[in-house]
Design a protein around this ligand. Structure first.
Ligand SMILES: Nc1ncnc2c1ncn2[C@@H]1O[C@H](COP(=O)(O)OP(=O)(O)O)[C@@H](O)[C@H]1O
Ligand SMILES: [Mg+2]
Length: 482
């Protein structure tokens, strides 16, 4: 069981939502996202229901369909942020795709299935990492031995000592044997000395030659991009080929530190059962995969005869439907059943409404949660409360140069005020506005950095007004700058 410890605020260890109650999941989301209780509760319940389902007898478990969610709310209020945080908290395979992506030329049709393939790739990587951690010790030992072999090639094995013929003086045979033993023993001594040096990190830059698989890089999975999915699949295959040692090899000169990384990967792959990894990964996608379908409203729209874009939008929905309803998708790791994958969709639904989705798809997203628009009060909280809020980020950045930023309460109030005013006057982009405002506000300080005369700049209402008032008041200007 993994507990979240407030003191250890690092994000490195994924929390394990499988062991968290909905309340704990919401509490964890609260650390990063201000407000939006309903949406947090909905995703927390959905996550917990999956764990509950897996505890049911099989016939029952098969019947329980995931309760997919649509998050509805204006732009910049935390929809994607909730999904992003959720992804980091869960050990479930998770992918975020923009539904609108599928309307693009060349992305209509079968490519909708590619999100399941990507999700499976992700799961394979996830499981592979877990397995790698399990064999890490052994892999490291093997790696060290192989490095030593490269640095200090072992002497050729001594030729088998001929059996002393009967009657021959045993003394000569013994002398010969001990000579071989001596050189072997001295080799072993040097090897252990080298091992010590290696462990002390004294050999890191020493060059050596080794066979390197030409495409031996780890496949890199991009969780947050969905550009060029098909392309990625192809690269993946190449990368995996190299990873499994099937890629072409060539002799290269490497530093010990580089060689170690390379060999460690190879040794890990040798110790990992790839077929098992694929099996577990597919199972995990089927049982606990999560697809976040961002901007679903972009593919909603009333069918109007003869209008191209809408036809293609409905086409995307029709392609999505079987996947959301449950179908088999072919992946290179085997067939994946999508029946129990959880879908969380989100959209602003300014123009189109959820009721503009095709009815079958509406039925598959029974849970609707609305996110609240954000105002000045929330902006103050967003500026200060989240674990890595903007004020904390800027303060930390400046601290690296010995400058202590200080935000006063009336200063924060003024910043939030500006954000709300500009949102009203121009376009409401929610909390995103805070980013442009802060950047503008602190521009001079960021530029001067360690050359600042005042090492303890205080950001109070005066400071904010001086820097921002003119821009905020001029609507045309703020349209460009903020
Ligand atoms: N409720 C919130 N609490 C904290 N930060 C927020 C909140 N809403 C938005 N933000 C910040 O604003 C930015 C945009 O939010 P995002 O979730 O991407 O918007 P959208 O609702 O359009 O998906 C993010 O950087 C996020 O940190
Ligand atoms: Mg978004």
């Amino acid at each position: 069981m993994v507990f979240y410890m407030p003191e250890h605020s690092g994000e490195a260890e994924p929390l394990d939502t499988d062991h968290m109650s909905p309340k704990q999941i919401v509490a964890e989301l609260d650390r990063h996202v201000v407000g939006q209780k309903k949406a947090k509760r909905a995703v927390a319940i959905a996550l917990r229901n999956r764990v509950r389902r897996q505890r049911l007898p099989k016939e029952m478990a098969d019947e329980v369909a995931p309760k997919n969610i649509i998050m509805i709310g204006p732009t910049g209020v935390g929809k994607t942020e909730i999904a992003r945080r959720l992804a980091r908290m869960t050990s479930s395979p998770f992918i975020k795709v923009e539904a609108s992506k599928f309307t693009e030329v060349g992305y209509v049709g079968r490519d909708v299935e590619s999100m399941i393939r990507d999700l499976t790739d992700m799961a394979v990587e996830l499981v592979r990492r877990e397995k790698a951690a399990e064999v890490r010790r052994q892999a490291e030992q093997n790696t060290e031995d192989r490095l030593l072999n490269l640095l200090l090639p072992p002497p050729p094995p001594a030729p088998p000592t001929p059996k002393p013929a009967a009657g021959e003086a045993p003394a000569s045979a013994a002398a010969e044997g001990s000579g071989a033993d001596d050189s072997r023993a001295s080799y072993l001594r040097s090897r252990e000395k080298l091992r010590d040096k290696l462990r002390r990190g004294e050999m890191e830059d020493r060059p050596l030659e080794m066979e390197v698989a030409e495409t031996g890089n780890m496949p890199s999975f991009k969780l947050w991009t969905n550009q060029g999915m098909e392309e990625m699949n192809i690269n993946m295959k190449d990368a995996l080929g190299g990873l499994f040692g099937r890629g072409p090899k060539k002799r290269s000169r490497l530093k010990v530190s580089e060689a170690r990384d390379q060999i460690l990967k190879e040794e890990e792959e040798k110790l990992i059962d790839q077929a098992q990894v694929a099996r577990i990964a597919v199972d995990r996608v089927e049982q606990s995969g999560i697809v976040f379908l961002d901007e679903i409203d972009k593919v909603a729209g009333r069918q109007q005869a003869g209008q191209g874009p809408d036809v293609s939008r409905e086409g995307v929905q029709r392609d999505l439907l079987p996947i959301v309803e449950g179908t088999l998708v072919n992946t290179k790791f085997g067939q994946v059943r999508t029946d129990h994958i959880l879908f969380v969709a989100s959209g602003a639904f300014h123009v189109a409404k959820p009721s503009d989705l095709i009815p079958e798809l509406q039925g598959r997203f029974p849970i609707r949660v609305e996110l609240d628009a954000l105002g000045k009060k929330e902006f103050v909280r967003i500026l200060t409360e989240p674990h890595a809020s903007l004020t904390k980020q800027y303060t930390a950045l400046m601290e690296t140069e010995g400058v202590r930023l200080e935000f006063t309460a009336d200063g924060l109030d003024a910043i939030a005020d500006c954000a709300a005013t500009v949102n009203e006057a121009t376009e409401n982009i929610g909390a995103r506005r805070l980013q442009t405002i802060m950047e503008r506000l602190l521009e001079e300080i960021l530029f001067q950095g360690s050359e600042l005369e005042d090492r303890n700049p205080v950001i109070d209402r005066d400071f904010v007004n001086k820097r921002l008032a003119d821009v905020v008041e001029d609507r045309d200007l703020s349209r460009y700058i903020l």
